[in-house]
Design a protein around this ligand. Structure first.
Ligand code: GLA
Length: 375
C-alpha cells in the first residue's frame, strides 16, 4: 500500500465540492442552474511510476487498488468506478496518453450529501492526469469526460452542472450556466449580511441513483408527448408553463407534474438571479422555498428529513430561504441565514432534528471558492 508519509508528489490537485443555489434537476433538461464551487475539497497527490499500472489509495476509505491501464473496465466497488471511468474516457479522447502513476486521495467532503464529492473526484483525477502527462485536455473536455465517466462506469445519468461548477468555479462568484449551450455568466455572490449554510441531514437514501435515472426518463416522456403537438420545442425548460398546462389531462399526473416543475424551476432560477442582482435577498430567498416546494410535491425527490429541516426554518425571521440541494433523497439543505444568527440556527435545528429523528445534524458554513486547481 502507498505510504502517505514517504510519498513524493509531483503534482497536487485540489478539487472542490459544489453548492447549487437554485435550478435543481434542470441541467439535463437544457435549462439554467446557479451553482458554485465551495471550500470543502478533495486533495489528490500524483507521481509517475514508470510502469503500465496505477496504484490509487483513498486515505478516507483506508483502501487502495491497482489499475491495469491496458484493461480499463468497470469495478464492483463504486468509488473505483469514478476513477476508472475518467481514465477510460481520457483514453478514448487521447489514446495512449496516460502512463503509470500513483495517487493518494484525501477528502474533507462528506459523501452522499448532495455536494458532489463524485464530480470533485472525477475532475480531480482528470485534471491531475492531464497535468502529469501534459495531455492538453481543455476544461470543457475535462468537464464532459468526467460526466461521461459517471454515465458509463457509475451508472448515474447525471447532467453537466456538477462537473462544470467543480472545474469553472470562481471565488466569491456563482455560475449562471446555460446547460445546453454551456454559456455562462459569473455573478458576484453578494449575500452579506447573510451566510449560505448547509445542513446535512446525514441520511442518504438508496433511491438516489435509481430514482435519478427514472426522473430523466419521465422528463423525456413528457417532452416527447408535448413535442408531438409542438414539434419546435427541443427541451422541457423552453416550454412555457401555460403550454405544459394544456397537457394536464393528457399526460399521466406524475409525468405532468415533472414537466410543470421543470419549466417553473428554470424560470424561477432566472428570476432569482434578477433578485440577486438587485440585492433583493428576500425575494431571492422566497424562490428557494418555492423551489423546495416543487421538488417535494411535483418532482418528488425530497424525503421527510429534508422536508422537516426546511419546514423548521419557515418561522425564523432571520432565515430568508431554504431548500433541499442536489439530487435529493437525502443530503443537505441550503439555507440563507443572517450572519448574527448562524450559531443559534445550527444549535436549534440540530436539537430539534435529533429529537425528531435521532440523527445528528452536521453543518457547513459555505465559502465560495475557486474550481479544481494545481497547488
Ligand atoms: C446531481 C447531478 C447533477 C444535477 C443534480 C440535480 O447532483 O449530478 O447533474 O442533475 O443532481 O440538480
Amino acid at each position: 500500500m502507498l505510504d502517505k508519509s514517504t510519498f513524493k508528489s509531483e503534482i497536487i490537485i485540489e478539487s472542490p465540492g459544489r453548492i447549487n443555489l437554485i435550478g435543481e434537476h434542470i441541467d439535463y433538461n437544457g435549462g439554467h442552474v446557479l451553482p458554485a464551487a465551495m471550500d470543502k475539497k478533495i486533495t489528490l497527490s500524483f507521481r509517475k511510476n514508470n510502469t503500465n499500472s496505477c496504484e490509487i489509495l483513498s486515505s478516507n476509505f483506508k483502501s487502495s487498488f491497482t489499475i491495469n491501464l491496458e484493461k480499463l473496465e468497470r469495478s464492483d466497488i463504486e468509488w473505483q468506478n469514478f476513477i476508472l471511468g475518467v481514465l477510460f474516457h481520457i483514453n478514448v479522447l487521447k489514446p495512449n496518453s496516460i502512463q503509470g502513476f500513483d495517487c493518494i486521495i484525501e477528502s474533507n467532503l462528506p459523501l452522499g450529501s448532495g455536494i458532489s464529492s463524485s464530480a470533485a473526484l472525477e475532475c480531480g483525477i482528470a485534471k491531475g492526469v492531464n497535468e502529469l502527462f501534459n495531455i492538453g485536455l481543455t476544461d470543457i473536455e475535462i468537464i464532459k469526460l468526467s460526466r461521461d465517466a459517471e454515465h458509463t462506469f457509475v451508472g448515474t445519468k447525471c447532467g453537466i452542472m456538477d462537473q462544470f461548477a467543480v472545474v469553472k468555479g470562481k471565488k466569491d462568484h456563482l455560475i449562471l450556466l446555460n446547460c445546453e449551450t454551456l454559456d455562462y455568466d459569473l455573478i458576484e455572490a453578494k449575500f452579506s449580511p447573510y451566510k449560505v449554510v448547509l445542513l446535512n441531514s446525514n441520511v442518504s437514501h438508496s433511491l438516489a441513483t435509481s430514482e435519478y435515472n427514472v426522473r430523466r426518463d419521465e422528463c423525456d416522456t413528457a417532452l416527447e408527448a408535448i413535442q408531438r403537438k409542438h414539434p419546435n420545442y427541443q427541451f422541457l425548460t423552453e416550454i412555457p408553463a401555460k403550454v405544459v398546462k394544456e397537457f394536464k389531462n393528457v399526460l399521466p399526473e406524475k409525468i405532468y407534474n415533472r414537466a410543470l416543475y421543470v419549466t417553473q424551476e428554470n424560470k424561477r432560477t432566472l428570476k432569482a438571479v434578477k433578485h440577486l442582482k438587485n440585492t433583493d435577498l428576500k425575494s431571492f430567498g422566497k424562490c428557494l422555498y418555492k423551489s423546495h416546494h416543487g421538488l417535494q410535491h411535483l418532482y418528488e425527490v425530497s424525503c421527510k428529513e429534508l422536508d422537516f429541516l426546511v419546514e423548521q426554518t419557515k418561522d425564523l425571521d432571520y432565515v430568508l430561504g431554504s431548500r433541499m440541494m442536489g439530487g435529493g433523497f437525502g443530503g443537505c439543505t441550503i439555507n440563507l441565514v443572517h450572519e448574527d444568527k448562524v450559531d443559534e440556527f445550527i444549535e436549534n435545528l440540530s436539537a430539534t432534528y435529533e429529537e425528531k429523528y435521532n440523527i445528528k445534524l452536521s453543518s457547513i458554513i459555505t465559502t465560495i471558492s475557486d474550481g479544481v486547481k494545481k497547488i
